[in-house]
Write a protein of this length. Structure first.
Length: 362
């Protein structure tokens, strides 16, 4: 296998006619890391991946792979390989010929390319099926063949466009673990586009959260979870509640923010002027839910929904300007004192469980 390469995206934009899909993004993806691009539909994830692959031209900016600026290189000359969502296998070819295809295009002789294809199929534990056609395989097996086909060119970076989306939920989780194992054993850079927060958290060394053609945050999953950079990230990841209001006082490293409904909330932070609009994030798993009304940080609200999730229970509360303030409670805590829809409850949290959120650039 080749060495891993760092991918350096420098002020890259993508314009399709009147639509700017990607707005001058910059990002360094470390060599040998597993990078996941995550974001809502239409935020520019696939356009970015396709520009790294060379399947889409770059409107402005540059992409460097290792020491080489590949901006104007065709896909086959970049040192990248792409695995598509649909796997794009040739139905009329057996697995060996599918996997060997790109070597055939490069003029590699038959014996050599078939031997290499067999080696790749072996790596993916698909050697016993080498003479089958794609239609004779399960979804998970087709995915392994698509991976073998992408890896046969010894890429420095493998680009994966929603690689797990065609699989059923059980297989998705199994193949996810296999992808991670494969990336670690090959040691090359993986860039993986997904819609799933859970998938990105499970796989990524670096998670890139995009919104409207811009990067909101690029960081390790734990950092994104613990310190979402913006209100968008906090809402999109779903682990924080976001309350929006204006700063009413500031001092001693604590800001007080008041929501339009009148409640005030404290958060550690500084550098925001009185009257300035501000968002704070509160972790859903750190909110205490009581029937009593004693709290220092929190508010009273009305339970609007209760969802049982096994080891936890998700309770949604209406109040403080939020119609879906979420509390994730341990099942044992919850069932010690269950609440019903329509019941008045009081919510409270520690000062350190509230975060001052940054502004989005979008
Ligand atoms: N070939 C194209 N011509 C015109 N507009 C395009 C083209 N491809 C993408 N777009 C637009 O660019 C924006 C970003 O699209 P892109 O496919 O990169 O988003 P995405 O985040 O991958 O979305 P999804 O998760 O739905 O695949 C969207 O507004 C989309 O409609």
């Amino acid at each position: 296998m080749s060495k891993a390469a760092e991918i350096d995206i420098v002020s890259v934009s993508k314009v399709y006619g009147a639509t700017t899909a990607v707005h001058g993004i910059s990002l360094k993806i470390p060599a040998g890391s597993y990078c996941c691009f995550l974001g809502p539909s239409g935020c520019g994830k696939t356009s970015t991946l396709r520009m790294i692959a060379g399947h889409e031209s770059i409107s402005s900016g540059d992409i460097r792979l290792g020491n080489t600026v590949v901006t104007d290189f065709p896909p086959a000359k970049r040192g990248t390989a792409m695995m598509f969502q649909s796997y794009a296998l040739f139905p009329h070819l057996d697995l060996i010929d599918n996997v060997a295809f790109s070597l055939k295009m490069k003029g590699v002789d038959k014996a050599e390319r078939r031997a290499k294809a067999l080696e790749m199929l072996k790596l993916m534990q698909m050697e016993p099926y080498a003479n089958r056609r794609p239609a004779q395989l399960s979804g998970g097996q087709q995915q392994r063949v698509a991976l073998a086909r992408a890896l046969i060119t010894d890429p420095e970076a493998l680009l994966l466009d929603e690689p797990l989306s065609a699989l059923d939920p059980f297989l998705k989780i199994r193949m996810r673990a296999e992808l991670k194992k494969l990336q670690k054993s090959l040691g090359i850079t993986f860039v993986h586009v997904t819609h799933s927060q859970e998938e990105a958290m499970a796989l990524a060394d670096i998670m890139v959260i995009m919104n409207d053609g811009r990067i909101e945050q690029a960081a390790a999953p734990r950092e994104v979870f613990e310190k979402p950079a913006t209100a968008f990230v906090a809402r999109f990841m779903g682990d924080h509640n976001v309350l929006t209001g204006r700063v009413t006082s500031s001092g001693n490293g604590v800001l007080v923010m008041t929501v339009p409904e009148g409640q005030s909330f404290s958060v550690r932070g500084a550098g925001r002027a009185v009257g300035e609009a501000v968002d704070i994030g509160i972790r859903t798993d750190r909110v205490r839910l009581q029937v009593a009304t004693e709290w220092t940080l929190g508010f009273n609200g009305i339970v609007s929904n209760v969802e049982y999730r096994g080891s936890s229970v998700k309770i949604t509360v209406l109040g403080a300007g939020s119609d879906d303030f979420t509390v994730i409670s341990d099942d044992s805590d919850y069932f010690a004192r269950p609440v019903a829809v329509g019941e008045a409850v009081s919510l409270s949290w520690e000062l350190d469980d509230a975060l001052l959120l940054g502004r989005s650039s979008a």
